[in-house]
Design a protein. Structure first.
Length: 360
């Protein structure tokens, strides 16, 4: 009987997660401002505490949730700060909270459904056991907040309140559960040089560079083929004439970069952000990076957002044989860029952009 109930639980949880995915994809832009407003307020709190000498320079800022609160349906994230000792910091401090109830509405409905369903099985599973079964699904719903933070943080970095925070030479912002599952959404490393980074890249280690700070560095002309730069921060980096063939650029921050004449053939770039970048004469043929999610029978992960080419210079860039479903070309200069006829059926170009491209 219990096994059958677990099967029912998995099925209904799967349904709710796909509902959450639909909400996430269709209402994404509405999810960003609450986080950004909260982050500005948190930054103000930190600066005020530092001015009063109640808080020193910080190395970690973390949005964290307690499982005990979740079990009590208290969907409140605490925002905690630490020095470079992290969890061993004796002066760690909570500097604010954020209400995440919107992210768990469907989980509450799931719990209500399962409490009713439980009666059909003569209550052989206790309410406490049911809550234990639901804990892993909490992390799945929580992942949507983590992704919103990852996207929303870029605007927050420009807030004067954030710039005024006294930070250690290495600083990061994480989202996770209390003292566990902390995943970075942003890192700063003031000590990293272009030369050191290129030496580090020689290892071509998988996932080693995820979320690392390579912003403002110069990799022009470098051979970075087959490199795994998932989630890495390369904002304002010089990548002119750089070889990025077969690179893994999933969710990589490449905005405000110089990628003129860069070779991006066969690279995977789901959710990559090329906003305001120069990709003049770049070769992106056979690259892939569709938006959306795997509509399989079971939910596996948060679906991808589209690649951003907003306001990018794409003059004469080669997009033949690419798969960029859902990519955003708002404000991009596509003059002379090369596409296949089939692209016109699913790429969201303006009429002006359609007139400026070359079909081959």
């Amino acid at each position: 009987m219990e096994l059958n109930f677990v099967d029912v639980l998995k099925k209904k949880a799967n349904q709710k997660l796909f509902e959450m995915e639909e909400r996430f994809q269709t209402q994404f832009e509405k999810l960003l401002p609450p986080f950004q407003t909260n982050f500005k307020k948190i930054s103000q709190n930190i600066v005020a505490l530092q001015k009063k000498k109640e808080l020193g320079s910080i190395a970690y800022l973390e949005y964290t949730m307690l499982y005990t609160n979740v079990l009590q349906k208290k969907y409140i994230a605490e925002i905690r700060v630490y020095d470079d000792m992290w969890y061993l910091d004796n002066c760690q401090m909570t500097v604010g909270t954020m209400d995440l109830s919107d992210y768990f509405q469907l989980m509450d409905k799931l719990q209500e459904q399962l409490l009713k369903e439980r009666k059909r099985y003569q209550n052989m599973i206790s309410k406490t056991e049911l809550l234990e079964y639901l804990v892993p699904y909490f992390l799945s719903f929580y992942e949507y907040f983590r992704v919103v933070c990852r996207f929303g943080i870029l605007k927050c970095l420009e807030f004067e309140e954030f710039k005024n925070i006294k930070k250690c030479e290495q600083f990061e912002i994480n989202v996770g559960t209390y003292m566990a599952d902390a995943v970075p959404i942003y890192k700063e490393n003031k000590n990293k040089s272009s030369e050191d980074a290129l030496i580090e890249f020689q290892d071509r280690a998988k996932f080693q560079y995820a979320f690392e700070d390579f912003a403002d560095l110069d990799f022009s002309g470098a051979d970075l083929s087959e490199i795994d730069l998932r989630y890495a921060d390369l904002r304002r980096t010089n990548l002119q004439n750089t070889n990025l063939q077969d690179a893994l650029l999933v969710s990589t921050r490449l905005c405000d970069c110089n990628l003129e004449n860069a070779d991006l053939r066969y690279s995977y770039m789901n959710e990559a952000d090329f906003t305001n970048s120069n990709l003049k004469n770049a070769n992106l043929s056979y690259a892939a990076g569709d938006s959306g999610w795997d509509k399989s029978e079971e939910w596996e992960a948060v679906g991808f957002r589209g690649i951003s080419f907003r306001n990018a210079n794409l003059q004469n860039a080669d997009f033949r044989k690419t798969s960029f479903l859902g990519a955003d070309f708002t404000g991009a200069d596509l003059t002379g860029s090369i596409w296949n006829q089939a692209h016109l059926a699913f790429m969201n170009f303006s009429e002006e952009q359609k007139k400026s491209i070359i079909i081959r």
